[in-house]
Design a protein around this ligand. Structure first.
Ligand SMILES: [Ca+2]
Length: 320
């Protein structure tokens, strides 16, 4: 196993080292700076066709999340949930806006989650309702690198490069080409937007850790292993295991500091040496399973805590 490089160091680095996943933290501890005031930088008004549904602008509750999802799917002539040719289910995620990162008021948040800033997702997309399962990975790639074996367990010990190659090969399957679905990893912003589903709390269901076991496999209930995907409660957009089970690669290069400026459809830095992963996992505490939690590893690193889910940009079948 390659040695993970991580970006939060401190407790996390020491803890990972204790798990024998890491020979120690090779990056210097981050310099803790005084919180900077967030200066609101509004985006221009939404420029949507007159017949478009309203964007899903957080905060909104679970009922409104479903309403936004269904209205946009109907508008574009696509299903709210689609099952692809190898059984991967993907949920439609509408266009919208949210506050990315953590507020200063969250005592669990790290500096790398700040400043909280406005992010607009202008392009609807579809996101796997679960992490990619081992049976799906093996069908496409012809191999299964996972430490914990099981057809419906999430694949792990996959590098970022492996995950991207899976997306490429999946996109080339005749049925997927015919459907016009080009798979990719979600951007970090898409991932958090989809995870929050309108929520502004630490986790998508609220701020109380006492409910996390209903939604996530983490150190308190996972039994020191991964668990079959989709067994816990989903979020308002029908996504499962966004908190816990395995961490999930995102497409972005790592950037330590967020912008204070509102941004549309951010894709991360143009270059870098570390890729982002999100969502917490089976071996970690609740704090690291929060919606805004983030970290990164080198693109060829692998770990039995790290998998992925796939996305594709929404295919408009409305003829517009
Ligand atoms: Ca997960």
């Amino acid at each position: 196993m390659n040695r993970p490089m991580h970006n939060r160091c401190g407790i996390w680095g020491v803890w990972l080292a204790a798990m024998v996943l890491c020979g120690g933290c090779s990056k210097p501890a981050p310099v803790v700076s005084a919180p900077q005031p967030v200066v609101p930088q509004p985006l221009p008004s939404w420029d949507l066709p007159p017949d478009s549904p309203p964007p899903a602008i957080a905060p909104f509750d679970a009922a409104a999340a479903k309403t936004h999802q269904e209205a946009w799917a109907k508008h574009l002539g696509v299903p709210v949930e689609v099952t692809n040719s190898i059984g991967i289910k993907l949920a439609f995620i509408p266009a919208g806006e949210f506050q990315m990162g953590s507020p200063e008021s969250d005592s669990d948040a790290y500096d790398i989650e700040k400043p909280q800033h406005t992010v607009r997702i202008t392009k609807p997309f579809c996101l796997g309702v679960t992490e990619v399962m081992q049976e799906q990975y093996e069908r496409v790639m012809g191999s299964n690198p996972s430490k914990f074996k099981g057809a419906q367990l999430p694949v792990e010990q996959v590098s970022w490069e492996d995950a991207v190659e899976f997306c490429r090969k999946l996109s080339e399957l005749p049925a997927e080409r015919g459907a016009g679905r080009v798979y990719r990893l979600p951007t970090e912003a898409e991932w958090e937007y989809a995870c929050r589903a309108g929520s502004t709390t630490k986790w998508s269901f609220g701020d109380s850790e006492s409910s996390l076991a209903d939604y996530a496999w983490y150190d308190s209930n996972a039994g020191s292993k991964t668990n079959p995907v989709g067994q816990k409660k989903g979020n308002a957009w029908g996504l499962y295991d966004m908190h816990g089970n395995v961490w999930e690669w995102c497409s972005d290069w790592w950037k330590r500091d967020y912008t204070t400026t509102a941004v549309s459809d951010p894709t991360g830095p143009a270059t870098g040496s570390i890729r982002v992963y999100r969502g917490g996992g089976w071996l970690i505490t609740a704090r690291f399973c929060r919606s805004a939690d983030r970290d990164g590893l080198q693109p060829l690193d692998r770990g039995y805590f790290l998998g992925f889910r796939v996305a594709f940009s929404s295919v408009d079948q409305s003829g517009r």
